[in-house]
Design a protein around this ligand. Structure first.
Ligand SMILES: Nc1ncnc2c1ncn2[C@@H]1O[C@H](COP(=O)(O)OP(=O)(O)OP(=O)(O)O)[C@@H](O)[C@H]1O
Ligand SMILES: [Mg+2]
Length: 214
């Protein structure tokens, strides 16, 4: 099995506070790994390190065998995409958010692709011209999620992205992510959702900054 991530003796400390402690973990390519643990245990911090948004204070992470700090940030974000716990939409309209992935890749805009992605998450083309201030919290989460997926990365990290969704929309997101995973996308999912935790086959627990081995 090929590992997409090797986490080696990783720690993260702010001042005297140890937030993550000596984490060692290999994550297989194509995994759908669910990350659980109490609030404040370090899950998002760990994900931010894997997404290369912050750097560990000791230890290292290899992505496809290469240390994270050898990647160019813009390029790395296209390979490892982090769907935030509290998503923000930028600009004025939903369209600007979905145009962004094309612009950053210098690709010609494809509106039908944007609409197809909206439809994947139970939205439609009327959303393109909506103001970012007028979409609901759950709609914002789904729009932010497809912003990460219009050009599928190698790894998608989802940080409690279904927390604000009703059962129907949760199911829609679950089905969509399962499909992407079956087509090879590696997914790391942070969640407190009991159904998601029960359904997970591949799970790790972080408690008090430590990876639990049970
Ligand atoms: N830059 C920082 N400076 C100080 N403390 C921090 C910093 N970043 C994170 N922390 C602390 O580290 C701990 C872990 O935070 P983190 O966001 O990783 O938790 P979490 O497991 O994602 O929690 P939740 O389930 O509530 O989202 C928290 O106590 C948080 O306050
Ligand atoms: Mg968190």
């Amino acid at each position: 099995m090929t590992n997409i991530f090797n986490v080696q003796d990783l720690s993260y400390q702010v001042g005297e506070t140890k937030i993550l402690k000596n984490i060692n973990l290999d994550i297989e390519k194509g995994a759908y790994l669910t990350v659980v643990g109490p609030s404040g245990s370090g899950k998002s911090t760990f994900m931010r390190i894997l997404a290369s948004m912050i750097s560990p204070t000791s230890g290292q992470v290899l992505f496809n065998g290469q240390p994270l700090n050898t990647f160019e940030p813009t390029e790395y974000r296209q390979k490892v995409s982090y769907a935030f716990q509290q998503p923000t939409l930028f600009g004025k309209t939903v369209r600007e958010n979905l145009v962004f992935p094309f612009e950053v890749r210098k690709q010609e805009l494809d509106e039908s692709k944007m609409i197809a992605n909206l439809e994947m998450v139970n939205l439609n083309e009327t959303y393109l011209d909506k103001s970012v201030n007028d979409v609901s919290g759950g709609e914002k989460q789904r729009i932010a999620l497809i912003r990460n997926l219009i050009f599928p990365p190698e790894v998608l990290i989802t940080d409690e992205v279904t927390a604000g969704l009703d059962a129907e929309n949760k199911n829609i997101v679950h089905r969509m992510l399962n499909e992407f995973n079956q087509r090879g996308l590696t997914i790391l999912r942070v969640t407190h959702d009991e159904t998601e935790i029960d359904d997970a086959t591949d799970k790790i627990m972080i408690r008090n900054g430590e990876l639990q081995n049970d």
